[in-house]
Design a protein around this ligand. Structure first.
Ligand SMILES: *Cc1c(COP(=O)(O)O)cnc(C)c1O
Length: 476
């Protein structure tokens, strides 16, 4: 590689990226792509001759950077997608330059991953025995990793070697979730051959939390029918409303019944860093496994999930293809990450996590999280104070679920209005939120993950919601 063209292009990349990030807050949050620009991206022919780096940068500046998703903007409140942490952005370039496979071995990336997994566990107060976790592409994959371990443990307890024999012949393994459980749990159950029908959807209380009495009753019923209850999935922040399950009573039932407790903390686990809401997370550390997403509230550039497990051996028994007699030779008793999860060649994710956490420190991260929850509570108050808006759930973490409720509309018209509302707000370009269905009603939700968002931005968001609702009702 000739050095000078690369160096020049790298400097220009740094400028492009810095200019891009500096301009994000003053531009539209999102706008539909220009049809010709979209078509050009979709139909670009395979290039036969190569082009110099400099020309590629010109193309990126012209065709890619002008059409972002919007999630870098302080008024982006959609789904659970954060702005990138700047230290993490820089780390991705260095990680790519080294380009190791973080499967195992004695190089910096492997050791750094052990440390950042320990840091993540420390941040959320989860126990961290050496080897008790690894970085993944996201929580969907972390959930597959954790639930595979749970399945293996449960089968072994029934005298069954699921790795060798599969599930056929074993009584059904049954898991318990709530109606607010993220779809990635169902996807994992389907992939693991458990069958989504073997996930019992339990009743929730008025705040959308899993009911431990319903859990105990369902376990008894399944046992009486000869099935094998093995798993409970609780939420440390649901995606619809940010509700946090009560872990203590659920962990009590799990301990009493010998069930694996998995917590989905993808969005909300880091909320425990805010002293104002930390009490909601009591008992989180009693879980057998926790899946969470540094690429959400921490702002680590996508992709980065994390699987944490109480007993590292549960992972190794599940995934290792290294015979026991070959392990523990050279003093690295933990072995390779590829013995603890699904991937063999693994990306160098740990550098962007290290950079993100090291740049802000625990205190800076905790302050950012507290800013988001404070803004969410403020938004909840503003919604509550407007008779034409209705708060749909208590604000527990940093998600605010609400709907427009102008006077004089019946239930069907309200649903139609609120279903159309997110796209109408998005099209206006000044704020971005997304929709959901809560208790059978169409609703919108705003997820606050960006600590540079201000109260003024919340005013703009609600002004945009009101304006979009007015547009839609006059059109009806
Ligand atoms: C985002 C999310 C997931 C899925 O995680 P990915 O990183 O998108 O794979 C699961 N559960 C909750 C609560 C989430 O917010």
């Amino acid at each position: 590689m000739p050095e000078q063209p690369f160096r020049d292009a790298a400097h220009r990349t740094a400028d492009l990226v810095a200019d891009y990030l500096a301009a994000v807050p003053t531009g539209p949050v999102w706008q539909p792509m220009d049809p010709a620009a979209r078509q050009a991206l979709l139909t670009a022919p395979l290039p036969h001759a190569g082009r110099p780096l400099d020309e590629l940068l010109t193309a990126v500046a012209a065709d890619v950077l002008p059409a972002p998703m919007g999630n870098g903007h302080p008024r982006f409140f959609g789904w659970v997608n954060s702005a990138p942490a700047e230290a993490g952005v820089l780390a991705t370039l260095t990680a790519a330059a080294m380009n190791p496979s973080s499967a195992g071995g004695d190089h910096a990336d492997v050791h750094l991953e052990r440390t950042v997994v320990r840091w993540i566990a420390e941040l959320v107060g989860f126990p961290h025995p050496p080897g008790g976790g690894l970085l993944t592409s996201g929580t969907s994959m972390a959930t597959i990793v954790c639930l595979t371990a749970a399945r293996g443990r449960a089968a072994a307890a029934a005298g069954w070697d699921v790795r060798a024999d599969g599930l056929a012949g074993l009584p059904p393994l049954v898991g318990y979730v709530s109606g607010e459980t993220h779809s990635c749990v169902r996807k994992a159950a389907e992939l693991l051959g458990l069958g989504s029908r073997q996930l019992r959807v339990l009743a929730t209380d008025a705040e959308g939390r899993l009911d431990p009495r319903a859990l105990r009753a369902a376990v008894a019923e399944d046992r009486a029918a000869g099935r094998l209850p093995f798993l409970v999935v609780a939420s440390a922040g649901t995606v619809n409303t940010g509700a946090v399950d009560r872990f203590e009573p659920i962990a009590d039932v799990c301990a009493e019944q010998g069930l694996w407790l998995h917590v989905d903390g993808a969005y909300g686990a880091f909320g425990v860093l805010d002293p104002q809401i930390a009490h909601r997370y009591a008992g989180l550390a009693r879980a057998d496994s926790l899946a969470l997403d540094p690429h959400k509230w921490l702002g680590v550039p996508v992709d980065c999930g994390c699987a944490l497990v109480r007993d590292p051996q549960a992972l190794r028994e599940t995934f290792s293809l290294v015979p026991a007699y070959l392990r523990d030779e050279e003093g690295d008793q933990l072995g390779w990450f590829s013995e603890y999860g699904t991937e063999q060649t693994r990306p160098f994710r740990s550098l962007k996590v290290w950079a993100t956490i090291a740049h802000r420190g625990r205190d800076g991260i905790a302050a950012d999280i507290a800013t988001c929850t404070r803004l969410a509570r403020r938004l909840g108050e503003l919604v509550g104070a407007d008779p034409a808006l209705e708060l749909m759930a208590p604000v527990e973490t940093s998600i605010v679920a609400f709907r427009a409720r102008p006077a004089g509309l019946d239930a069907a018209a309200l649903d139609a209005l609120n279903q159309a509302l997110p796209a109408a707000v998005q099209r206006r370009g000044r704020a971005f939120l997304t929709g959901t269905v809560l208790g059978g009603h169409e609703a919108v939700r705003a997820c606050l993950l960006n600590a540079t968002t201000t109260e003024r931005d919340l005013d703009v968001l609600l002004a945009e919601v009101r304006a979009a609702a007015a547009e839609l009702t006059t059109r009806q």
